[in-house]
Design a protein around this ligand. Sequence first.
Ligand code: HEM
Length: 457
Amino acid sequence: MNRIPGPRSVLGWRLNMFHFFRSPFVFQRWLYETYGSLSALGQGDKPSTVFAFGPEMNHQILTNPDFFDVSSAFVKIPKDTVMGELFYHNLVLMSGEKHRQHRRLMQPAFQRDQIVQYGHDMAMITERLADEWRGRSEIDLNTEMKKLTQRIAVKTLFGVQDEEGMDQMGTLISRMTRSLLLVTLAPVNIPFTPYHRASRIAEQLHARIRSMIHEKRREQGATDVLAALVRAHDEDGTTLTDEELIGHTFSLYVAGHETTANALTWALFLLIQHPDIHSSVMDELNAVLGGSPPVLEQLSKLSLLDSVVKESLRLLPPASIGTRITAAPCELGGYALPEHTNVFFSQLITHRLPELYKEPGRFKPQRWETIKPSAFEYLPFSAGLHMCIGWHFAMQELKIVLAVLLQRYRLSVVRNARISPNLMMRPVHGMPLRIGQLDGRFERESVRGTINQLIEF
Ligand code: HEM
């Protein structure tokens, strides 16, 4: 079979990976435009990394788990340690029968009727954050959205009631996740190393979550996700062990809160930078909600808001790229791939194919009135067996938070702010916004940064 096309470099695939991490969007676009739907980095007989673009590739990769297995390519935590226990009892890294069984056990906690119970908390916690903004004229939206989604996650996952408790638990988990990269680079457990610090935090988290599990077993009536997972059982009576419960709740928090914070940041940014659409969304909110926070039956009446969320997840998907590793020699797009090849598939490139989306770089929520892309053409939450288990949860949270905040303040981007998303769609220089009274005015501000390469205003 032929060799997969791709860039040559005397320094090999590492230099190309460096380009990828430095400018992920420009690099992927260049790869796609130069080499087409499949390209390899490293031109030996055994490519170590391939990039696959477009719905057909997404379909092949995401529907053949025996060949394209989940991968923890970027984070390597030693197993059989307290950190390993926290990290590896995790749907994202499970495969085969074990994944199917755990997903089955966890699914009820994420069904629509369970999720709707969290709507009230989502609205209330957002109202309280908006109260905290009183008297301020400028905020960093991304920091605020992280604070908010962290509080919502801690409340809905663990049932922690008080704001201080929510922030403490959130801080503990964030300190742990922030250290994962350093732990991967230097897994040495001696005092004062990041590894040692992360292990201490992991022990504290274990102890806190374990005592919560015992509480949920006693309480019975609790409605949070952990309580639902504690109650979950298979037909044969199998339940999740304490270690599995601890790992799953930790990973739910990690998988859910930063992605949602970034999605909120871009949805608000795109909306306020498009004054006509912003104004129409305000009309819709006024007509349906009249200034109150939404109750759940009203969410389905906010069709323009729904399109705004979908469109912003299309243009700036928080999971902009996905990864798998080949579990056996196989074929992709007519080329042979050896075992252990890293395979990247790109939500970002797929969502911007002109044959799927007219004027792909423009923010046009109204397109959702007429298009119905397939699961492999529009995949902000991925597709196949590992599709995001929290997608209902996230969609509900996004709409509630947007409805509450838009009705409380007039938001506008600080003029000439530098706005540049990274691979995970975190705006690396922040997202400074002015906040003021609602006054019926809607204005776009000019901004600097790489966002201008990604959106046609
Ligand atoms: C806008 C917000 C979110 C986005 C864009 C997002 C995106 C994704 C994506 C792309 C995947 C699949 C990864 C893959 O195929 O390798 C995924 C999986 C997952 N997500 Fe989300 N997610 C979001 C919110 C949430 C929330 C709120 C939760 C939980 C409360 C959550 C929990 C999970 C879990 C547990 C998985 C693993 C599923 C499995 O492997 O079976 N996510 N998410």
